[in-house]
Design a protein around this ligand. Structure first.
Ligand SMILES: *[C@@H]1O[C@H](CO)[C@@H](O)[C@H](O)[C@H]1NC(C)=O
Ligand SMILES: *[C@@H]1O[C@H](CO)[C@@H](O)[C@H](O)[C@H]1NC(C)=O
Ligand SMILES: *[C@@H]1O[C@H](CO)[C@@H](O)[C@H](O)[C@H]1NC(C)=O
Ligand SMILES: *[C@@H]1O[C@H](CO)[C@@H](O)[C@H](O)[C@H]1NC(C)=O
Ligand SMILES: *[C@@H]1O[C@H](CO)[C@@H](O)[C@H](O)[C@H]1NC(C)=O
Ligand SMILES: *[C@@H]1O[C@H](CO)[C@@H](O)[C@H](O)[C@H]1NC(C)=O
Ligand SMILES: *[C@@H]1O[C@H](CO)[C@@H](O)[C@H](O)[C@H]1NC(C)=O
Ligand SMILES: *[C@@H]1O[C@H](CO)[C@@H](O)[C@H](O)[C@H]1NC(C)=O
Ligand SMILES: *[C@@H]1O[C@H](CO)[C@@H](O)[C@H](O)[C@H]1NC(C)=O
Ligand SMILES: *[C@@H]1O[C@H](CO)[C@@H](O)[C@H](O)[C@H]1NC(C)=O
Ligand SMILES: *[C@@H]1O[C@H](CO)[C@@H](O)[C@H](O)[C@H]1NC(C)=O
Ligand SMILES: *[C@@H]1O[C@H](CO)[C@@H](O)[C@H](O)[C@H]1NC(C)=O
Length: 334
């Protein structure tokens, strides 16, 4: 048996994490995540790292909730009272009702197919959408559950590279033009589409009634409702964000330079001093709080006016969470 010095292990771990993180960035922001917030029940879920199985575990109101089945997932996405997970091979999509139990959540199978695979998971309310990749189709949006009355749904000939869901609407980036295309029952969608216009986008994330994303030259642009200043992107260095998370009426983003988070909108209540020096891998927002996966120890911390500890942040008692979706099993071991 070879004994590997812990410093070497640390270097390997750091390299793998850097690899996973950069791989994630290539896929953009709207491709699901390893952290999901189910905002109606304030349930925060993550895909665990450092275990043979990349299982999902959740937290709500001081309790850890276990999630069945105990199998590996690559990405998860949260809606109102549910969240959904996609297995690493893209064949299986499962969803869980977060209000059904305080101890163990049982799944419902939403999709299974060996040849027509899914990617780009997005959950809006209780509707779940994903892009489909089969023999003759790539990037076609397919949706399940929900009320099925969404306006202006994409057709079978429209392909998307990324999709994201807000409150009562979803938006995607069209494959050919990289233009923003939105659908759903929220009247804001027309305004959002018009405001983005022809701007070629790299990634987008939808919030309450606004949408933010990086354009193809890396600038962060936000469009839609500005009722609480949520479009008011800090101007001096708009080239410098890596990821964003949008709540009902606030926006948070990670500075590329040092990984710290800055938030705007929502009455200025989301920028708390306690998180100023913490670097993050990724962030996700609920209605009126934001959660982030820390770079330092891969724990999830949450803060904001809608979070119980609203002057500071809470460190959730979850196991270490995977920093980003990893599709190749060999890249999934942190
Ligand atoms: C999940 O399954 C793996 C093996 O597949 C096992 O090692 C692990 O203990 C299980 N974890 C839980 C929480 O059941
Ligand atoms: C979960 O716990 C909360 C508060 O303790 C309780 O109100 C609720 O009924 C419980 N839900 C279930 C499904 O057990
Ligand atoms: C997978 O999808 C294809 C094309 O829609 C269909 O022909 C096939 O029956 C599906 N397989 C399963 C197992 O559902
Ligand atoms: C991205 O947005 C910035 C700021 O609005 C703009 O200067 C730049 O031209 C845009 N990039 C493209 C490719 O349109
Ligand atoms: C959004 O609102 C803020 C004030 O809350 C204002 O300073 C800013 O100019 C507005 N931005 C847009 C794009 O309307
Ligand atoms: C939006 O933000 C304001 C504070 O600016 C707050 O009073 C209001 O309740 C928020 N609305 C929603 C839907 O969260
Ligand atoms: C947060 O930090 C700023 C600058 O460091 C300081 O002016 C402000 O009083 C602090 N706010 C709180 C609530 O501690
Ligand atoms: C953040 O770091 C700065 C500079 O080191 C320090 O002054 C400040 O107190 C730190 N803030 C917190 C909340 O730790
Ligand atoms: C992180 O970088 C941003 C933007 O460059 C800067 O405003 C902020 O003060 C930095 N924070 C720390 C803790 O260095
Ligand atoms: C992880 O990091 C956070 C933020 O720096 C800190 O509050 C927390 O105590 C750390 N947790 C563990 C288990 O070390
Ligand atoms: C913060 O939480 C306290 C106690 O839960 C509550 O009384 C207060 O209104 C909250 N503040 C904000 C800004 O939501
Ligand atoms: C946060 O949003 C929830 C709705 O999801 C609401 O019930 C709660 O009152 C809000 N809290 C604050 C402090 O705005």
């Amino acid at each position: 048996m070879t004994i590997i010095p812990s410093s070497v292990v640390a270097v390997i771990i750091t390299t793998l994490i850097a690899f996973i993180t950069s791989a994630t960035l290539i896929h953009g922001l709207g491709s699901g995540s390893t952290v999901a917030v189910s905002y109606g029940s304030n349930t925060i879920c993550g895909i665990v790292a450092e275990e043979p199985t990349q299982r999902i575990v959740c937290y709500r109101g001081g309790r850890i909730i276990s999630v069945l089945p105990n199998i590996s997932f690559s990405s998860i996405s949260g809606g109102r009272n549910s969240f959904c997970g996609l297995t690493s091979d893209g064949r299986l999509l499962l969803c869980w009702d977060t209000t059904s139990s305080n101890t163990t959540l049982h799944f419902r199978r939403v999709y299974y197919n060996d040849t027509v695979l899914l990617e780009n998971l997005a959950v809006d309310g209780d509707e779940v959408c994903a892009t489909v990749n089969g023999v003759n189709v790539t990037g076609v949006v397919k949706c399940w559950r929900g009320d099925r009355s969404s306006q202006n749904l994409p057709s079978e000939v429209e392909s998307f590279v990324s999709i994201s869901s807000g409150l009562g609407f979803s938006c995607g980036i069209r494959e050919n033009t990289r233009r923003v295309r939105c659908w759903g029952n929220n009247a804001i969608v027309t305004e959002i589409e018009t405001q983005f216009g022809n701007m070629p986008m790299w990634s987008i994330i939808a919030g309450g009634s606004h949408v933010c994303g990086l354009n193809t030259s890396g600038s962060l642009l936000c469009e839609g409702s500005n009722s609480s200043g949520q479009l008011n992107v800090p101007t001096d260095s708009s080239m410098e964000f890596s990821k964003v998370a949008l709540g009902a009426n606030h926006t948070c983003a990670i500075w590329k330079s040092n990984g710290t988070v800055v938030c705007w909108g929502g009455g200025g209540q989301f920028l708390v001093n306690a998180t100023a020096n913490i670097s993050f891998e990724s962030i996700e927002s609920g209605f009126n709080y934001t959660c982030g996966l820390t770079k330092g120890n891969f724990s999830i911390i949450c803060w904001g006016p809608g979070w119980p500890n609203n002057q500071s942040y809470s460190d959730l008692p979850l196991p270490k969470i995977l920093p980003g979706p990893c599709v190749q099993p060999s890249s999934c071991h942190v």
